[in-house]
Ligand binder design. Structure first.
Ligand code: GLN
Length: 296
């Protein structure tokens, strides 16, 4: 145990600073924020509470608790996993071992979907939305929070993920507008959908070992692994979506770096028509691809 945080006489503020310095020295790019969140979690304080309590001394129990969290972070576990919660689209979402940590990049999918519905003038309607491979429920719950008359149908092959997602829906007051179905992508769905969204696994299998430790050791492999070319999930999910969408219905999916052309080609081959160029994420990477079901 290091003297920098394993010491009962430290104040909240000095413990926070010492931890930030350790995380920074270990190469953490969000060391300051991570230290605040971890000290807060160890002490049961929110960010305001941390300021109010800045000068008080840590008890030795608190120091021990903080040190255990620090060791986990220094070993590469993401803060979101340690806290068990991550904010997405301004909504606090609980995580489990079966769910990906929602990424800010994925908000691009929500933005594109909302932009298209608003342009169509349909955002206020009683839309039927499907989220294929919902994980924590991030995309669907963000959409339901913006579309007051929509109903969502979320699928996942993991019962644990569906439990996490439905708990999130309940916490957010969205449970009565969401239905959970255990199946592979769209295979268990029937009926017509106005909008289908998905952030499927898309990392080529051989690339997983080269990802950051936060991802390769802590995100569920089933949520990452897109098979040999990274596109294994898109093949069934796009052809299923083509059959599940209403005429003019929309499909919006997240893609990995360099995959937009291939995914658009799969959409076109299934009778879907791409709606404009991919939408880029904050890092400038084309991230959300959308297409419309041509009228039959
Ligand atoms: N966006 C995640 C990453 O790059 C991968 C998630 C996915 O495969 N859908 O780490």
């Amino acid at each position: 145990m290091s003297a920098s945080t394993g010491h009962g006489s430290q104040t909240v503020e000095s413990a926070r600073r010492a931890l930030a310095a350790r995380l920074k020295a270990a190469g953490g790019d969000a060391a300051e924020l991570d230290a605040r969140l971890l000290v807060g979690a160890a002490l049961g304080l929110d960010l305001t509470g941390l300021i109010t309590a800045a000068k008080r001394a840590l008890t030795s129990d608190e120091s021990d608790r903080l040190e255990r969290l620090a060791v986990r972070r220094l070993a590469g576990e993401p803060v979101a996993r340690i806290l068990g919660v991550k904010e997405f689209w301004g909504l606090p979402l609980q995580l489990s071992a079966a769910t990906l940590v929602p990424r800010p990049d994925t908000e691009t999918v929500v933005e594109r979907a909302l932009e298209l519905l608003r342009a169509d003038g349909t955002a206020g309607r009683a839309l039927r939305i499907a989220d294929l491979g919902t994980g924590s429920g991030a995309i669907l719950l963000a959409l339901l929070s913006e579309l007051p008359n929509a109903h969502g149908f979320a699928t996942d092959i993991s019962a644990e993920a569906l439990q996490t997602a439905s708990r999130n829906a309940a916490e957010l007051g969205l449970a009565d507008r969401a239905t959970w179905i255990k199946c592979d992508y769209g295979s268990g769905l029937t009926g017509a959908f106005d909008l289908i969204v998905s952030n499927p696994p898309y990392i080529p299998s051989a690339d997983i070992a080269g990802l950051d430790i936060e991802v390769r050791e802590h995100d569920p492999r089933a949520a990452l692994d897109g098979g040999a070319d990274g596109l294994d999930a898109y093949r069934p999910l796009i052809s299923q979506s083509a059959g599940l969408l209403v005429s003019n219905g929309l499909l919006v999916v997240e893609v990995g770096q360099g995959q937009s052309g291939d995914v658009e080609a799969l959409m076109t081959a299934s009778g879907l028509s791409p709606t404009g160029p991919p939408r880029a994420d904050l890092g400038g990477v084309p991230r959300a691809i959308s297409a419309r079901r041509l009228p039959r």
